[in-house]
Design a binder for this molecule. Structure first.
Ligand SMILES: NC(=O)c1ccc[n+]([C@@H]2O[C@H](COP(=O)([O-])OP(=O)(O)OC[C@H]3O[C@@H](n4cnc5c(N)ncnc54)[C@H](OP(=O)(O)O)[C@@H]3O)[C@@H](O)[C@H]2O)c1
Length: 295
């Protein structure tokens, strides 16, 4: 398939593009600067512009755009930047997919869609939660509707925190844990819907190739871990003790709403859509995923 990826320079795109090429797909990249090389096409999301011809012969568009949620504290201005960097590119791409009759749009979203689920297990049929991230994901996903209305298959990736050797969640935590600053957040009972990067990349490739997979898809392992368990297992994988507790009120005082939603909220999410399609997880269990990511 000829696949056009937006946001390809990021953490997920940098792993996905070579994996798709390795799997026999032709990968083109949308870049927000002047294109260099034969595999790049230009675009300007705020201006609503895509190079003419960028979608010629394209079978699937994968949109991974979005500025990082952390580390800046969520001021009103930063929240607007977070939203604009996701909603504008999605709007432009969904319109282009609809107009050009591209059969498939795979669009990033997040497990934050579910808000804070506590002990309740949620799958793709569950409703939206509350909070900035939940509203962001709702609006982000809604931007894809012109593509589905035009008949494209649209897959909305509700991704959880990604575990990898470099970058992602462990990029920050590894440094802290190695300095024996590993701490549980709040009461540690909140669920983390983690996924290993290898499974994430394989699942996006699976979504590309499986015509039956459509709509929201939780990209998380079948066994989400409580924050306390995750902290203990990461300390074990890194050979470091994890004696500390970062109380929720301290996190809130330091980082405000950002800490509440990113560290204290939890999603007990189940990857029901992937399990229904019998996606073969390589790392369904946390200790194996952490051992691979920390090796
Ligand atoms: N990593 C995770 O744990 C995780 C979890 C849940 C959801 N997600 C979502 O999955 C997507 C990809 O994640 P990632 O970790 O690969 O993110 P990332 O490393 O931050 O990369 C995102 C890419 O988005 C593009 N981008 C940045 N600012 C932009 C802006 N203002 N307008 C348009 N594009 C912009 C950039 O690509 P170019 O410079 O090539 O345009 C950037 O490399 C994001 O939407 C993220 O929110 C990630």
């Amino acid at each position: 398939m000829r696949v056009l990826i937006a946001g390809s320079s990021g953490f997920i795109g940098s792993a996905l593009a070579p994996a798709l090429r390795h799997g026999g797909h032709e990968v083109l990249r949308l870049v927000r600067r002047a294109p260099v090389g034969t595999d790049e096409r230009g675009w300007d999301p705020p201006a609503g512009r895509i190079d003419s011809g960028a979608l010629d012969g394209v079978h699937a568009v994968i949109n991974l755009c979005g500025r990082p949620l952390a580390p800046a504290r969520w001021s009103a201005a930063h929240k607007q930047l977070i939203r604009d960097s996701r909603l504008e590119p999605t709007e432009v791409l969904a319109a282009a997919v609809a107009e050009r009759g591209v059969p498939l749009l795979i669009n990033a979203s997040g497990a934050g869609f579910y808000g804070d689920t506590g002990e309740t297990v949620v799958d793709e049929s569950s409703g939206q939660g509350t909070g900035f991230l939940a509203e962001l994901c709702r609006d982000w996903e809604a931007m894809t509707h012109p593509a589905s209305d035009a008949g494209a298959r649209v897959v909305r990736l509700r991704t959880g925190p990604v575990l990898a050797r470099e970058g992602g969640l462990l990029g920050v935590l590894r440094v802290a844990f190695k300095a024996v600053l590993g701490a549980r957040f709040g009461d540690g009972r909140q669920y983390l819907p983690w996924i290993h990067l290898d499974d994430l990349v394989a699942a996006i490739r699976f979504a590309l190739e499986d015509d039956q997979l459509t709509g929201p898809v939780n990209l998380c392992a079948p066994n989400p871990a409580r924050n306390a368990e995750f902290t203990r297992e990461l300390g074990r994988a890194l050979g470091r003790p994890t004696p500390w507790v970062a109380p929720a009120f301290v996190l809130r005082g330091l980082l405000g709403q950002q800490a509440e939603e990113m560290l204290v909220f939890g999603q007990r999410a189940k990857p029901a859509a992937l399990l229904r399609r019998e996606f073969p997880f390589r790392y369904p269990e946390l200790p194996d995923a952490l051992a691979a990511a920390c090796a």
